[in-house]
Design a protein around this ligand. Structure first.
Ligand SMILES: Cc1ncc(COP(=O)(O)O)c(C=O)c1O
Length: 386
């Protein structure tokens, strides 16, 4: 038995994306070449860019394809910072993904940037009053404000339109990796300067993503070479992955409302049953509006490593936070930003539900969970469980 409850780490690739990927991989040509095969690949890429731009509410020229969401986030942070040498402050939230926090930390260490972290309220939202105060006192020094559209461990959707209002002339970037394809996201109507989306979170292939960047704006590149993608992101375009990204996004957006209802129902059902069978479990993902499938809970008296290991031996895949920091035994910075103690953060799991899950699977997990929690509570060290 395998029950996959880690859709926020990566979602299964969907059929439309596999077909598109397969068909495109059979073609030869570099999209930058002038010969016939090259021009044919270029047309496929531009058609995909056009279709994706419509799905995301942007102009085709505003899509800059990258190799990952991590790369797009790095490009946004470093690109905006280097683009305005007279501004050295980067404003972000305390519970961003490491693909935002770490490039900022790097700039602080190597390029004398200053980072200002916006705290998180207990409801899982950025503190807008704090942001207002920062902008009121430091506006002329801020290179970019980067706030995620929804949090990957809690699902909480952030008030980005209000951030844009507060920022006025300051560029605003939003990491929409978890939101795109699952909840309403429209680049143009949101009014942000830049946004990150990533294919493998919406049923597309790994290794392709995009930074959406307002027309006419320049960013200092981090990759130099052939000058592709408005000379902002050099590198031969990964045509099969780009075409498959669009195919997956089309599928996700066409079925978005139905998928939302299905996944949200599974999560609500899971939570209501969980609270009956394990009454001392505390649910951390309580905010609304939120992504439909994220369930984050603290299992007092346990350690997430033990829970994960025991669930894995039962064929259930979950996560203790963002997969990108999995393997590194430290409590989630997201839960700590929310105000949880280190031991509570360390006793928490993220179960992320997707469209491929069923109510039967949730019942199977619920049937196993009490004994898993019991065993995790009795384990003094994780090695005892192996
Ligand atoms: C919110 C968020 N931003 C960025 C990333 C990184 O995206 P990628 O895996 O495409 O590098 C992730 C992946 O977990 C994420 O959840």
């Amino acid at each position: 038995m395998t029950i996959y409850l880690d859709h926020a780490a990566t979602a299964p690739i969907n059929g439309a994306a596999i077909e598109a990927l397969n068909a495109q991989m059979r073609k030869v040509g570099n999209a930058s070449s002038l010969h016939n095969p090259g021009r044919s690949i270029r047309k496929d890429v531009e058609d995909a860019r056009h279709a994706l731009s419509e799905l995301v509410g942007a102009a085709p020229s505003e899509i800059i394809f990258t190799g990952s969401g991590t790369e797009a986030n790095n490009l946004a942070i470093k690109g905006f910072f280097w683009q305005s040498p007279e501004r050295n402050v980067i404003v972000t939230s305390a519970f961003e993904h490491h693909a935002i926090l770490d490039p900022i930390e790097w700039l602080v260490e190597h390029e004398s940037a200053e980072q200002i972290l916006i705290p998180i309220t207990r409801a899982g939202l950025i503190d807008l009053d704090f942001l207002k105060a920062v902008v009121a006192s430091r506006a002329a020094e801020i290179a970019v404000i980067s706030i995620m559209h929804s949090n990957n461990e809690l699902g909480a959707i952030q008030p980005i339109a209000e951030v844009v209002n507060i920022a006025r002339e300051i560029p605003v970037h939003t990491d929409a990796v978890q939101s795109f394809g699952k909840v309403e996201f429209n680049f143009d109507s949101l009014g942000v300067t830049a946004a990150t989306i990533s294919a493998h979170k919406v049923g597309g292939p790994l290794g392709v993503a995009a930074l959406i960047l307002k027309r006419g704006l320049d960013l200092t590149p981090i990759l130099h070479g052939g000058g592709q993608e408005r000379e902002i992101r050099s590198g031969t375009l990964n045509a099969p992955a780009i075409v498959a990204f669009t195919a997956a996004a089309q599928d996700a957006i066409a079925n978005r409302e139905e998928n939302f209802r299905k996944v949200r129902h599974l999560r609500d059902y899971f939570i209501s049953r969980l609270q009956v069978i394990l009454p001392d479990v505390r649910i951390n993902s309580i905010s609304d509006p939120a992504l439909p499938g994220i369930l984050n809970a603290t299992f007092p008296g346990t350690e997430s490593d033990a829970l994960l290991l025991l669930l894995d031996t039962e064929g259930i895949s979950a996560s203790a936070g963002s997969a990108c920091s999995a393997g590194v035994p430290r409590p989630s910075h997201v839960l700590m930003a929310l105000g949880l103690s280190e031991s509570d953060a360390d006793a928490s799991l993220r179960l992320s539900i997707g469209t491929t899950n069923t109510e039967k699977e949730i019942d199977q997990v619920l049937a196993i969970l009490p004994s898993v929690v019991e065993r995790a509570r009795n384990a003094f060290v994780v090695s005892e469980l192996i």
